[in-house]
Ligand binder design. Structure first.
Ligand code: NAG
Ligand code: NAG
Ligand code: NAG
Length: 491
């Protein structure tokens, strides 16, 4: 039988691998215990530059395509530059409209020029920007930024080549990890991670807990072994092979989840975006490449009795990443895919339910959160769950974490319990995000071992686990043996 599909994979990876110091600044550490390397800026870091001479921010006028000026009192999108890391000190700057800065102060979509950020010793936020001609950018006037200042500086407030930086965002995904460490070190770090983070004993734990499946996120480059494109490193494929071996040994199902698609289907680090831009689906080529990855995964594991599904695409963000019929703006609504998904047998609609991330949940009490899961989520799930199983439904991610401060253990228990009850009605099961995490409530293993989650023995589903890239996995529900099932993920 032809295996049809799948999508999702996981990649998230690795945010826990990049040690962060104190929230604000991020450091890639050489190795645990080793001396810290100089601070480096990773791909996708967003910087704003304030000229100390003018007390104004640099702006790429019109978001790119016009000269850089230094006349903005308040920084926003056009005043924000995204770094593409070449090495520790050298970067391309990408502006709002996704063009690259050039030394003449203009921007172009084509090959970019590199700039060196030269920091003042002892004042990490004060920088100068060396252009490719070896000279420094300076704001001679508020309207004229040119690359013609010499090396000399006293770093004073009157120097038009001195800027104070604000870091407004940064990313910590597998792209950043790999490009930040460089191929040799990244290979070492990731291989160590793959070897130690999730092991056979975790599969044993999953099975003995009464869970019956794992959801494993992967990145698209898993299909390019042994030569993944830069900056990614190979090895996740062997890790996924191991997961199948263990899953078969412990009689667990596996949902392989394409978590990062070529071009990035959402702006978050777990899509392996380089700088927060989302370019999946904008070309036929990256769609075709995505289908190849899915075919690769489906055919590699089709004969495994553990393969439950290949999830086609994790969290595509509309309006840019949607099926052609859904090009309108706004957030995804799972019901929109019902009819389409219902045309296939054994297709699964994957929804993710978090009482987090939007203002709607910002101020709810524990009871209100629990009530929301019991009532509102029940209706949402019911709206996409059909008795005939066309499509099946899967709550592919949920977690017993919320914005409530000072909640008691009992509160968490109730919250986990009600979600299990409600999501247990999904016809393909559910998966917890994730199996292990340094933040305890996000770690299903910790939650189980510490009595916060008691699995409902009647119909437990899956869980999560990680494998690839630091992400974790979760799992899924029962059934559907043998061939792959399509999973269409929404939200
Ligand atoms: C991070 O930034 C804070 C505040 O700017 C500073 O006090 C701290 O030393 C920095 N940490 C590192 C590791 O650079
Ligand atoms: C970083 O890259 C630039 C441009 O290729 C090069 O001139 C510079 O020597 C490199 N610096 C380091 C520390 O490798
Ligand atoms: C839950 O649903 C009820 C009834 O439809 C609605 O009034 C309420 O606002 C919803 N709760 C949240 C937090 O959106």
């Amino acid at each position: 039988m032809r295996v049809l599909l799948p999508l999702l994979l996981l990649v998230i990876c690795s945010s826990w691998l990049l040690p962060q110091s104190a929230g604000a600044n991020r450091t890639l550490q050489a190795e645990a215990g080793a001396v810290r390397r100089p601070r480096v800026r990773a791909d996708g870091t967003q910087l704003q530059f304030k000229s100390v001479a003018w007390n104004r921010y640099l702006a790429a006028e019109k978001g790119g395509g016009a000269p850089i000026v230094a006349d903005r009192e308040k920084p926003s999108g056009w005043e924000t530059f995204k770094l593409w890391r070449i090495n520790e000190t050298t970067f391309n700057f990408r502006v709002f409209g996704n063009q690259f800065s050039r030394r003449d102060g203009h921007h172009a979509g084509g090959p970019s020029e590199t700039f060196q950020l030269v920091r003042r010793d002892g004042d990490k936020n004060r920088v100068r920007i060396r252009a490719p001609n070896g000279l420094f950018l300076q704001a001679k006037t508020m309207k004229s930024v040119t690359a013609d200042h010499s090396e000399d500086t006293n770093w004073g407030d009157d120097d038009p080549s001195v800027f104070v930086t604000n870091r407004v965002a940064h990313l910590r995904g597998e792209y950043q990890l790999c490009n930040g460490y460089g191929i040799r070190k990244a290979r070492q770090v990731l291989r160590n991670h793959w070897r130690t983070f999730i092991t056979e004993s975790d599969f044993s734990f999953i099975a003995s807990s009464g869970l019956n499946a794992v959801r494993i996120p992967v990145g698209w480059w898993i299909a390019s072994y042994p030569h993944p494109p830069r900056p990614f490193v190979g090895g996740s494929l062997q890790t996924l092979d191991n997961a199948f071996t263990w899953a078969e040994r412990y009689n667990l199902g596996v949902i392989v989840d394409l978590h990062a698609a070529p071009g990035a289907q959402n702006p978050y680090e777990h899509s392996a975006t380089r700088d927060g831009s989302q370019e999946w689906g904008t070309t036929d080529e990256n769609i075709a490449q995505t289908v190849q990855v899915i075919d690769f995964l489906a055919s590699r594991y089709a004969r495994s009795p553990s393969l439950l599904a290949v999830s086609l695409l994790n969290s595509p963000l509309p309006p840019r990443a949607t099926p052609p019929s859904l090009t309108r703006g706004g957030s995804a609504d799972a019901t929109e895919l019902l009819e389409f998904a219902g045309r296939f047998s054994r297709a699964v609609l994957d929804v993710h339910y978090y009482n987090l991330f939007t203002s709607r949940f910002a101020h709810l009490t524990a009871d209100e959160n629990i009530d929301f899961a019991r009532k509102n989520r029940s209706s949402e799930l019911a709206a996409v769950t059909r008795r005939n199983g066309r499509p099946l439904t899967f709550v592919g991610e949920w977690v017993a974490e919320w914005n409530v401060r000072g909640a008691s253990k009992r509160d968490y228990q109730r919250f986990a319990q009600v979600q299990q009850e409600v999501y247990g009605r999904a016809t393909f099961g559910w998966a917890y995000w994730m199996l292990k995490n340094v933040n305890h409530h996000w770690s299903m293993q910790w939650m189980i071992q510490n009595g916060y989650i008691t699995l409902d023995s009647s119909r437990s589903r899956a869980i999560v686990s990680p494998l690839d890239n630091g992400e974790q996995m979760d799992s899924a529900g029962r059934p559907m043996l043998q061939d792959a099932v399509q999973v269409i993920q929404v939200s």
